[in-house]
Design a protein around this ligand. Structure first.
Ligand SMILES: C[S@@+](CC[C@H](N)C(=O)[O-])C[C@H]1O[C@@H](n2cnc3c(N)ncnc32)[C@H](O)[C@@H]1O
Length: 366
């Protein structure tokens, strides 16, 4: 059974089932509206116009229909899903939005990699799978054109955030860590992984918009086909050593053995991971200007504090036995008064991204 809902400017037929799972007759997750809102926002502000777009894992077609109705990037769009039921619903959804006669749209019912492998290049490809994106990245990256954009979703966050370190090592070629900044280290592990696949095709994949939310992580990369750009991004892969006792982390180029922290506690480490920027500032400013999404306003502030990691204030208070916690905004103001940078982070509501050393932060909070 299906019902019609509205998302952005699109009317979409979606399954009536309340429980969202990959078992749905056609997959639609309302929680992923933010993912699609931000996809529309990145592309509407990306400078791409009239290009070839591919949605190899299209589901109900909602994302493609929204790109058609809410941006001017599409010259041709291929919407594909290997499920026959999904293709039937994509066609119904196109009709519902009066797009069924639009000559720019091609619908395919194939395996995503076969579709990508047998097509010409695209300027935007959206990799939005169930769970792990790695199975689709070779084909997608191989077909992304110069200055094109590729959007990648990963929903296997328990592996990226350290609950399943073995799986992370096998699938993302890096050690994840379950700690206070696990969402950021997970996102940075994902970025480096996608970049390494890009390197096989001599493509430098530069993150232009990255975030973590709910049960997933999402990164948009701009593709440059210059070897010096590729060398530059590969040189920005690093490790993070982390002390679970004093909450300090450090960027290290190499890890030789688990070292001890100054406090005597054993350090652990995550990585290799991306140590470069998570956002293109110009793009984020444009996105934030043209949208009232709260996450964009937060990231606009956050991107100016160019450090890795943040402090979840209640965890710092708990660890260092601080009983009266002030408001986050008060703590941020106090840090700034001491001459340091500080801002909220989109990663968690009670997080502060700052360049103040943890000892000084604790002193200031106590
Ligand atoms: C997470 S859903 C996509 C959701 C959609 N992009 C959206 O924004 O609502 C993944 C989709 O990929 C399809 N799929 C999974 N593996 C596939 C494959 N190997 N080739 C083509 N489609 C596949 C599934 O049928 C499902 O519709």
């Amino acid at each position: 059974m299906y019902k019609t809902i509205t998302e952005g400017k699109a009317n979409i037929r979606v399954p009536t089932e309340k429980k969202v799972s990959s078992e749905l007759p056609v997959f639609y997750n309302p929680v992923m509206k933010l993912n699609r809102d931000l996809t529309v926002s990145v592309l509407a502000n990306s400078g791409l116009h009239d290009v070839r777009v591919c949605l190899p894992l299209a589901g109900t077609g909602v994302r493609g229909i929204r790109l058609l109705l809410e941006t001017n990037i599409v010259n041709e769009i291929v919407m594909n899903d290997f499920s026959k039921e999904a293709v039937k619903i994509i066609k119904q959804n196109l009709k519902l939005n009066k797009l069924d006669k639009d000559k720019r749209i091609k619908i395919e019912n194939r395996y995503a990699n076969a579709l990508l492998d047998e097509n010409e290049g695209f300027q935007y490809i959206d990799v939005d799978p169930f769970g792990y994106p790695g199975s689709f990245l070779d084909s997608a990256i191989n077909k992304i054109g110069r200055n094109g954009i590729i959007g990648v979703t990963a929903t296997d966050t328990s592996c990226l955030c350290g609950s399943y370190q073995g799986a992370c090592q096998r699938k993302y070629w890096a050690r994840s860590l379950r700690n206070i900044i696990m969402h950021e280290t997970g996102l940075r592990i994902l970025i480096r992984f996608v970049q390494l696949i890009g390197a096989k095709y001599d493509k430098a994949l530069i993150p232009i918009f990255s975030y973590s939310s709910d049960h997933y992580m999402r990164v948009f990369f701009r593709c440059e086909k210059k070897l010096n750009a590729l060398d530059k991004i590969l040189s920005q892969h690093c490790y993070l050593t982390y002390c679970g006792k004093c909450f300090e982390w450090k960027v290290e180029k190499h890890i030789f053995a688990k070292q001890k922290c100054k406090c005597g506690h054993k350090n652990d480490y995550a990585g290799p991971l991306w140590s470069g920027k998570l956002w293109d500032k110009k793009l984020v400013k444009k996105m934030a200007k043209n949208s009232d999404l709260k996450v964009l306003q937060t990231i606009k502030e956050e991107m100016d504090v160019d450090v890795i990691g943040f402090y979840p204030i209640s965890k710092v208070a708990e660890r260092f036995k601080i009983h009266n916690i002030e408001k986050i905004d008060t703590i941020i103001e106090k840090i700034k008064k001491k001459g340091h940078k500080a801002t909220r982070t989109h990663f968690i509501g009670e997080g502060v991204r700052t360049d103040i050393p943890v000892k000084r932060l604790v002193k200031l909070m106590g």
